[in-house]
Design a protein around this ligand. Structure first.
Ligand code: SF4
Ligand code: SF4
Length: 456
């Protein structure tokens, strides 16, 4: 019987899944979410804010840009903290809403279910037609459909590969690879094709295995979910004992599940949600849609499969946030506070001033004392900065040995100088000193160090 048919099929290498084309209210919402996310994914490397692309994740040069904010290698701690925030957020989100991220936001699912799978339905038809096509002998029709599908898969994989590289190396560099002779960008050119074939392999062959086996996030479910987590679940209290609808057979003493199997047939990971929460469930909600359609037809209330906590299914307890959810939210809040204060304190220019190693103080003929220093200035912006380096004590003098007044964009410069202090301004063997770096009459950076002199 079709209703009982599993949506998996034996193939030489692995079990291929033929999920039935989903439809319904939640699927329509997912489509809109995916359009917005796809638009963002493809446009973020192309849109520029303040001369920098909106999102850049250049791990090679350790340069990261988010909405105009540039993080250089010196800001790596901020980037690490941002990653930690994302991790805590995902953990917190999972404790409350299960694997909803996987089914609705993860780029793997968005591309697989909303791009590649839809092309497959368009060319090869719904699950049963696909199954038949794969089982039949090769003929002109099959060759045409398969070649068209895989050609389109390859073209889209090529676009995804370019988009992926635009995030990593930047869209300007990618444009150069595309427009300049290949001999000047051999590694870039090869990368585009390597990633094209990787994405093609993932979306045409590996597919849901990424979510069910490879992705470490999926493996974490067992640790993160608890009885209070809202997950896509089958309300067994209401659904069992299940019974087929048959003319003339009274099923009023049975549960609401008519064992039609539609929830299994639409599942992109090939599981039966009626067996309970499983690691393979990506919370795509396709089974909720299909079961709701069935409930509508048989005049039963919706949401036999829905977003439920185990506590609701077993004891009909309404949803409430558990202790763990409050705990993770509090941790998230604290880390966010630390991150925001660091961002607030972050300056466009970072200055380090160190006394030259192996030197001591010098007494000048006029009685003033000098110390020799080396300074390094780092420009974290994408604009050259003309600067003035001075001590914040107007009585001090600076005698440059190596002078610089231009800080190149995203670069650094060195300055070496004597700081000369009058004896009356010394507070002892060690005196705290502070330097200011000004640009356009604004202080853009400060640096503190100590000044050595004769013990008093
Ligand atoms: S849970 Fe719903 S969709 Fe699944 S078999 Fe039962 S009635 Fe059909
Ligand atoms: S069980 Fe339902 S929500 Fe989970 S992956 Fe399958 S169809 Fe999606």
């Amino acid at each position: 019987m079709i209703a009982k048919q599993q949506n998996k099929e034996k193939s030489k290498g692995r079990n291929f899944i033929y999920p039935k084309k989903p439809s319904g209210k939640l699927y329509n919402y997912r489509k809109w979410v995916s359009y917005v996310l796809l638009l963002f994914l493809f446009s973020a490397p192309l849109v520029k804010i303040g001369g920098e692309q909106m999102v850049l994740l250049n791990f090679i040069e350790r340069k990261f840009v988010f909405f105009g904010l540039i993080f250089t290698p010196q800001d790596f701690y901020l980037f690490a903290l941002a990653m930690l925030i994302m991790l805590i957020f995902i953990v917190c989100f999972t404790v409350i809403l299960g694997r909803l991220f996987c089914g609705w936001i993860c780029p793997q699912t968005i591309f697989m279910e909303m791009v590649f799978r839809r092309i497959e339905y368009w060319i090869e038809g719904d699950a049963n037609q696909q199954r038949k096509l794969d089982a039949q002998e090769w003929n002109a029709n099959k060759i045409f459909k398969k070649v068209t599908k895989h050609f389109l898969f390859l073209v889209i994989s090529f676009f995804i590969s370019n988009m992926f590289l635009a995030y990593i190396i930047g869209s300007d560099q990618l444009y150069k690879i595309m427009t300049e002779p290949i001999s000047q960008h051999v590694s870039g050119f090869l990368s585009i094709w390597v990633f094209t074939f990787v994405f093609y392999g993932v979306f045409s062959y590996v597919r849901e295995v990424v979510c069910t086996v490879i992705c470490p996030y999926g493996r974490l479910q067992g640790v993160l979910l608890d009885n209070e987590t809202l997950v896509v679940a089958y309300d067994e209290t209401r659904g069992e004992p299940r019974a087929f609808l048959q003319k003339g057979v009274d099923t009023s003493d049975k549960g609401d599940c008519i064992d039609c199997g539609l929830c299994v047939q639409v599942c992109p990971t090939g599981i039966d949600i009626r067996k309970g929460t499983q690691l393979e469930c990506v919370n795509c909600t396709a089974c909720i849609d299909s079961c709701n359609e069935v409930m509508l037809k048989i005049n039963k209330p919706k949401n036999l499969i829905g977003f439920f906590s185990q506590e609701y299914i077993k004891d009909r307890k309404p949803f409430k946030l558990g202790l763990r959810a409050y705990g993770y939210t509090a941790v998230l809040f604290v880390v966010l506070l630390v991150f925001s204060s660091l961002i607030y304190k972050r300056t466009d220019v970072e200055t380090t001033v160190l006394r030259a190693s192996g030197t001591t103080f010098q007494t000048r003929p006029d009685g003033s004392i000098s110390n020799l220093y080396n300074a390094e200035l780092i420009n974290k912006t994408n604009k050259d900065i003309k600067f003035v380096f001075k001590s914040n004590n107007p009585d001090d003098k600076i005698e440059f040995i190596q002078k610089s007044s231009l800080l190149p964009k995203e670069g650094s410069t060195q300055v070496a100088f004597f700081l000369i202090k009058k004896e009356k301004n010394l507070t002892g063997f060690k005196t705290d000193v502070e330097f200011e770096i000004t640009a356009d009459n604004k202080v853009v950076s400060k640096a503190k160090t100590t000044f050595f002199s004769q013990p008093k």
